[in-house]
Design a protein around this ligand. Structure first.
Ligand code: CMC
Length: 374
């Protein structure tokens, strides 16, 4: 066996998947063979969630049944709602997401059952309940009354309703839906690999998704959308952008929302999300962030040849929609639950314990000296 170390598992293929692939021939991320941007143009998020979880796009009847089930499962237990009210207001919503999924595992009657059917049922429950729990915390930490989910609203409409008490214009809902489609799945990224690693010990879906959320929180992964907004707030106005980005690059800073392990010539999700960012900015009559966006992007490409990833346009889009910055990555969570669940089911279906090796660099063998002689 070769002793060559591939830090960060760079370029290592560790398993097979049928869920998604970045297809070089069309230069695009695909879910179950469909280009993500094609799905954005022709589907709503629920159709894509069904596709990722079940392998095929739903027909009308299947979609109706899926939506009915999702809407039915939105209800949280009284205990969970009471627990959310007790969470410190200063808690980061990603830690809240991790905690509520963990609590759902305590409450679920099928936690121990890792059969494909039970896993799909549990995935649906986590998928339906997590946005409700997050929106409840969104309200609770502002001292506002929690807003219960509404069965006549779509997944995206309902999230706006539960956070803000109203559903915005349909163009804004569509932009949010598109962001969820683009965030839903991305093969063996850090959080998905975390979920698969946890699953590989034959642990359960609640544990695997709890771990995946912890992994997504980091700024090199999902946390980047939040960091993009902090960066834009630091830049403050378009007139400052050129100086700010040149200075950041002179200092060799990592610029959030740029670069990717898989895409080296641009993330295929960006043009679609950039387009919807523009639409939202137009509706909100606020062009400031678009101007900052364009200046920073131009310099990053000119000086470093590093392109934006999807977190770059989603950050300011969510801001313009009215979400608090620390809720951007939790929005990523409510979408990626679909991708994680599909991978967890795939891992259970053909499991092999994930257990890599390390090259040891510590002390050579030595004898223990008794405490009184040290
Ligand atoms: N800003 C400045 N320089 C960068 C950036 C960046 N955003 N990304 C890569 N580089 C440089 C990096 O410094 C390195 O330069 P050198 O070879 O001179 O040391 C070179 O490009 C290669 O980068 P790397 O970090 O070795 O590449 P990686 O594949 O290990 O990392 C990455 C990918 C996403 C961690 C990295 O690009 C990064 O830190 N980006 C910022 C965080 C971010 O936006 N994350 C979101 C990722 S995509 C969506 C998601 O998962 O949420």
């Amino acid at each position: 066996m070769s002793d060559e170390i591939k830090k960060g598992l760079l370029g290592i293929v560790v398993d097979e998947t049928e869920v998604s692939k970045v297809m070089p021939e069309i230069n695009s991320l695909t879910y179950r063979g469909y280009a993500a941007q094609d799905l954005c143009a022709k589907c709503k998020f629920e159709e894509v969630a069904y596709l990722i979880l079940n392998g095929e796009l739903p027909n009308n009847k299947q979609l109706k049944a899926f939506e009915k089930q999702e809407r039915k499962e939105r209800k949280l237990s009284k205990t969970l709602l009471a627990d959310i009210k007790k969470i410190p207001r200063k808690a980061h919503p990603m830690d809240v997401a991790r905690t509520v999924v963990s609590i759902m595992g305590l409450e679920d009657n099928e936690t121990k059952d890792n059969s494909p059917k039970a896993n799909l049922r549990k995935a649906m429950r986590i998928f339906a309940k997590t946005p409700v729990a997050l929106a409840a915390f969104y309200r609770a930490r502002k001292g506002k009354k929690m807003i219960p989910p509404k069965k006549n609203l779509s997944f995206s409409e309902n999230f706006f309703h539960m956070c803000f008490g109203k559903v915005p214009k349909k163009e804004i809902v569509k932009a949010f839906d598109v962001s969820l489609i683009l965030y839903a799945e991305h093969s063996f990224n850090v959080s998905t690999f975390t979920a698969r690693t946890i699953t590989s010990s034959l642990s359960d879906i609640h544990g695997a998704i709890t771990g995946a959320i912890a992994s997504l929180k980091g700024p090199l992964h999902g946390g980047a959308n939040e960091e993009v907004m902090h960066m834009m707030n630091k830049i403050k106005k378009p007139e400052n952008a050129l100086k700010w980005i040149n200075n950041a690059l002179d200092k060799k800073d990592v610029v959030m929302g740029f670069g990717h392990r898989v895409y080296k010539n641009g993330d295929s999700r960006v043009p679609t999300m950039r387009n919807y960012f523009g639409k939202v900015a137009k509706i909100k009559k606020d062009k400031k962030f678009e101007k900052i966006y364009d200046i920073v992007e131009k310099v990053m490409i000119e000086r470093k040849n590093i392109h934006p990833n999807v977190d770059y346009p989603t950050g300011p889009t969510y801001h313009l929609m009215g979400f608090d910055t620390d809720f951007f990555t939790p929005i990523f969570v409510i979408s990626r639950i679909t991708g994680w669940s599909a991978h967890i089911m795939e891992q259970h279906a053909a499991n092999k314990l994930i257990r890599p090796l390390a090259s040891y660099k510590g002390s050579q063998h030595r004898k223990v000296v008794q405490l009184n002689q040290r």
